[in-house]
Ligand binder design. Structure first.
Ligand code: AGP
Length: 606
């Protein structure tokens, strides 16, 4: 995820900006830059690569001055490059930005038609052009930013600096985090408190729809219309390490909580409500030529692919196969011109998946990559790339990368379904509305940790777990078992609920907790029968069911109720309590949750 820092005061800004960016390095980035202003003349120094590269550049091209902004970029729109690095400078305006401008394409066309010249592929540069134009004939930066904010849609935290108004930074927030740090004769702005904690502990967390004018002499918070919002500063008592984790005990827990935002970011710019359709910018697939889709992936991404199989077959009626990438080429697959291979990878670097892509390409198949990391090896190897925009995931156990992959699958299936004419406009409209409503429902679940924490305490000393699900809940059962194994080291099996009677039923006794996914839907009755089979053998049943289900309580020992959604999207909600259960069981056991033994975040060996 990108990092933001800004400084206004009496000290030299560059060392403070670099120091702040260094505190954000753990979040991952691919380029960095600063814009520093000395008496109204700003200088931008930026480059692809790590902060060390920027520091080296700054030795040759120093940027003196006491007002400045700095940024670490994690590519979303436009590849990692010197030109796409922030800050973006247009005339007197320097801009840094976290988030995604949803209507960037339309604005770019409009600005280009009005004569704007672009020097990057980013959505951010558009905002610099808007502010520059709004500032013509005026020196009021806050007014120009306000006017420009009215033109953009999407998620953002912007910080803007103008050569016409030295000693002032203007920042604005919608969805992406922003915090102001208050010093003595100096002030700071940052995307995360970590970046400024060594300078001040007195902060104001900027709320949605707020703008801040930051000067050395003081800070004024307003709404986007300019109405002043009086705000009391807070004193941060977290340690630097706690602050990196946003106050959460582990990165994994932080990332579990980030999922509503991550899913909202996956959806940004992808939903066309006017035409009840999905936008797949830059992916120019001829859907009429696709006769079969083959998903290839590993681990959690493989489970997302299994959900993808349900979605694509149900909504687009195109036959789908799902293969473990590590097995794909060894079974000598038969591929033809009508095959589209979809390679799914959070990291975009998994070697097994890369080798499977090479095999597919060798046989002439087209490859679409679904990746979280822009310009990683897998999307570069593929013919087309769809990015999930979950932001960097630091915990080894994948959480937000998974739910955003599921959202990508749903978007992909709707996109295909509209083009194969197997999905009606009305059904697409309903599904898109449900997708838009997901972040709020996800927030409800991730914020109800107390119940799951107490269940984790109750079941956490079991030596094994069974996870059961039917239909598209089967991959979620597999994912629940994988999560638990990865971080708590407890043996767990995921099974299709109907398969239980064909073997695993022998394991059931009073010591085996069985987690059953039983949301409302066509398999509900059958799942309840499976659940009865478990209880008849003294097994302990923990059910995940839909809020409003009156019967489930009498069939299970414990129930976690979650909000309802469209059947096709249920996996995106049912997986959340399983991630949380694994987390709290592991926490109860005291394992190394973010760095579980023997595991690596990117598996770059076969
Ligand atoms: C997920 O929790 C795992 N750490 C692992 O299974 C992972 O999903 C797998 O290695 C594939 O990685 P990728 O998505 O980066 O390709």
């Amino acid at each position: 995820m990108c990092g933001i820092i800004g400084y206004v005061g009496a000290r030299q800004a560059t060392p403070i900006l670099i120091g702040g960016l260094r505190k954000l390095e753990y979040r991952g980035y691919d380029s960095a830059g600063v814009s520093v202003s000395s008496s109204g003349a700003s200088k931008v120094v930026r480059c692809r690569g790590k902060l060390a590269a920027l520091e080296e550049k700054l030795l040759k091209e120093p940027a003196p001055g006491t007002t400045g902004i700095g940024h670490t970029r994690w590519a979303t729109h436009g590849r990692p490059s010197d030109e796409n690095s922030h800050p973006h400078k247009v005339g007197p305006i320097s801009v840094i930005h976290n988030g995604i401008i949803e209507n960037h394409r339309a604005l770019r066309n409009e600005l280009a038609a009005a004569g704007a010249k672009f020097s990057s592929e980013t959505d951010t540069e558009i905002f610099a052009h808007l502010v520059e134009r709004a500032l013509v004939g005026s020196a009021d930066l806050a007014a120009a930013v306000r006017k420009s904010l009215a033109r953009v849609r999407g998620s953002f935290a912007f910080v803007v600096m103008s050569d016409k108004e030295p000693g002032t930074l203007v920042a604005a927030k919608n969805s992406s985090p922003l915090v102001v740090g208050l010093g003595d004769g100096e002030n700071f702005v940052a995307s995360d408190v970590t970046a400024i904690l060594s300078e001040t502990r007195k902060v104001i967390f900027v709320d949605e729809g707020e703008m801040v004018v930051v000067k050395a002499s003081g800070v004024v918070v307003t709404d986007f219309e300019g109405k002043v919002h009086p705000r009391e500063p807070k004193i941060i008592t977290w340690s630097a390490v706690q602050a990196e984790k946003g106050g959460f005990k582990h990165y994994m827990l932080k990332e579990i909580h980030e999922q509503p935002r991550a899913v909202a970011d996956t959806l940004v710019g992808r939903i066309d409500l006017e035409h009840d359709d999905v936008l797949f910018d830059g992916i120019d697939l001829d859907v009429t030529k696709i006769k079969r889709i083959i998903f290839i992936a590993c681990g959690t991404s493989y489970h997302a692919s299994m959900v993808g199989e349900f979605l694509v077959e149900a909504l687009a009626r195109i036959p789908v196969e799902v293969d473990l990438a590590s097995e794909f080429r060894y079974r000598d697959p038969i591929l033809g011109p009508g095959d589209l291979v979809v390679a799914v990878s959070q990291s975009g670097e998994t070697l097994d998946t890369m080798e499977a892509i090479r095999e597919a390409k060798k046989q002439g198949a087209k490859v679409l990559a679904i990746s979280n990391v822009v310009e990683a090896s897998i999307p570069r190897l593929a013919d087309y790339a769809f990015y999930t925009h979950a932001g960097p995931e630091i915990g080894v156990a994948s959480t937000k990368a998974f739910t955003t992959q599921l959202v990508a699958m749903a978007l992909f299936a709707i996109y295909l379904g509209r083009r194969t004419n197997k999905l009606s406009k009305e059904r697409a409209r309903d599904l898109l509305a449900e997708l838009v409503a997901l972040p709020t429902k996800m927030r409800e679940i991730v914020e109800s940790g107390a119940q799951i924490q107490s269940l984790a305490r109750r079941y956490g000393s079991a030596i094994g777990f069974l996870f059961l699900g039917r239909g598209s809940q089967y991959p979620i059962a597999l994912e629940g078992a994988l999560k638990l194994k990865e971080i708590s080291y407890i043996h767990a099996e995921g099974y299709a609920a109907g398969e239980m009677k064909h073997g695993p039923i022998a394991l059931i006794d009073e010591n085996l907790p069985v987690v059953v996914l039983a949301p409302r839907g066509p398999y509900y009755e059958k799942v309840v029968s499976n659940l009865a089979e478990v209880r008849a053998r003294q097994g302990k049943v923990l059910a995940v069911a839909t809020r409003g289900d009156q019967d489930i309580g009498s069939n299970a020992d414990d129930v976690i109720l979650i909000p309802d959604t469209a059947l096709e999207l249920q996996p995106i909600l049912t997986v959340l309590p399983l991630q949380m259960l694994s987390y709290y069981v592991a926490d109860f056991k005291g394992t190394d949750i973010d760095q579980p033994r023997n595991l690596a975040k990117s598996v770059t060996v076969e």
